[in-house]
Design a protein around this ligand. Structure first.
Ligand SMILES: NC(=O)c1ccc[n+]([C@@H]2O[C@H](COP(=O)([O-])OP(=O)(O)OC[C@H]3O[C@@H](n4cnc5c(N)ncnc54)[C@H](OP(=O)(O)O)[C@@H]3O)[C@@H](O)[C@H]2O)c1
Length: 285
């Protein structure tokens, strides 16, 4: 069962899941995870072997102005899903975020590094993790970062649109993290489920960069002529504080025998997929 099936990651999970298994995908209109009875209803009806909880309130700045919605969805919603999963014996994989860390490190974050979220979104995801671990100690908590893909709003899409219309674009060069192609993440999640993974896992594309470096590569690979100029976070004040450094270590994925492609290759694959979608060539015949 995939909760959040209409989202950036959820769409790939539904698309990539092996045909040999039955998949139920739900969006917020099918089931509102804030409502325990709705969650119980679908979980009892389908009794899934696994639940992938990709549903969340993901508007990081919106969470600052609407902390109640953030907590209701990302904490209470997660607890509701864990409660319903425990009642029928389903395994649970919860998607969490690099925003649970404060971004003060200069070396990749390991799974057991102390969390210290700096934003309402980060706090709500951290509370979600904690609530789930208490209810379902054998759950899998997967932290990821900087998701991109064709199924929704994402950084490369924004950069491509800006670069088409502007001769110069400024992008922050003092926040470093790991871009993650949601298709690659969906494939890693499927492998984790095949390995019956439990505990905390960090899963991103390999390598890391700043937003400026990421934007420069997006523009270069797309053959656009816009100039990408480095700038600093203080020039772009946002309601939610962003971690300065949120590189997640791949060690927890490696010990489970899973490797994700480097972000450069992932970006190339995303740009290809975007072109295919634009020209409406069917992807699965
Ligand atoms: N995007 C990133 O850069 C990023 C980075 C790190 C971690 N994550 C985590 O990765 C996961 C997937 O993110 P995403 O970018 O794919 O999210 P997304 O595109 O914003 O999609 C969110 C999904 O959650 C559903 N949803 C929202 N509120 C709900 C509710 N109350 N009840 C049931 N479903 C609800 C939405 O359904 P509707 O379409 O019906 O609204 C949608 O399917 C999330 O847990 C997020 O916190 C994301």
């Amino acid at each position: 069962m995939i909760l959040g099936a209409s989202g950036l990651l959820g769409k790939y999970l539904v698309r990539e899941w092996p045909f040999s298994e039955q998949v139920f995908g739900f969006n917020s209109r099918d089931v509102d995870i804030r409502d325990i009875e709705q969650v119980r209803g679908v979980v009892r009806e389908h009794r899934p072997g696994w639940i992938i909880l990709a549903a969340a309130y993901t508007d990081v700045d919106g969470c600052e102005t609407n902390p109640q919605l953030a907590m209701d969805t990302n904490f209470h919603g997660a607890v509701n899903v864990a409660t319903a999963a425990r009642e029928v014996g389903s395994r649970l994989l919860f998607i969490s975020s690099d925003y649970v860390f404060d971004g003060c490190k200069t070396l990749p974050y390991e799974i057991d590094n102390p969390i210290n979220p700096q934003s309402v979104y980060g706090k709500s995801k951290a509370e979600g993790e904690c609530g789930i671990r208490t209810i379902l100690p054998d759950s899998c908590i997967l932290r990821t970062s900087w998701l991109f893909g064709t199924g929704g709003k994402c950084f490369p899409d924004t950069i491509l649109k800006l670069a088409k219309d502007h001769p110069q674009i400024s992008v922050v060069n003092d926040q470093r993290g790991c871009p993650t192609y949601a298709r690659d993440l969906a494939r890693a999640i499927i492998q984790l489920r095949e390995k019956n993974a439990e505990g905390t896992v960090h899963a991103t594309n390999a390598g890391n960069c700043t937003w400026f470096e990421f934007a420069s590569e997006i523009v270069r690979l797309s053959g656009l002529s816009s100039e990408v100029v480095p700038t600093t976070t203080d020039k772009f004040p946002r309601p939610a504080k962003r971690p300065r450094y949120s590189v997640l270590s791949a060690a927890s994925l490696k010990i489970r025998g899973i490797a994700m492609p480097g972000w450069h290759n992932a970006l190339r694959a995303y740009l290809d997929e975007r072109l295919i979608e634009k020209h409406q060539v069917p992807q699965r015949l």
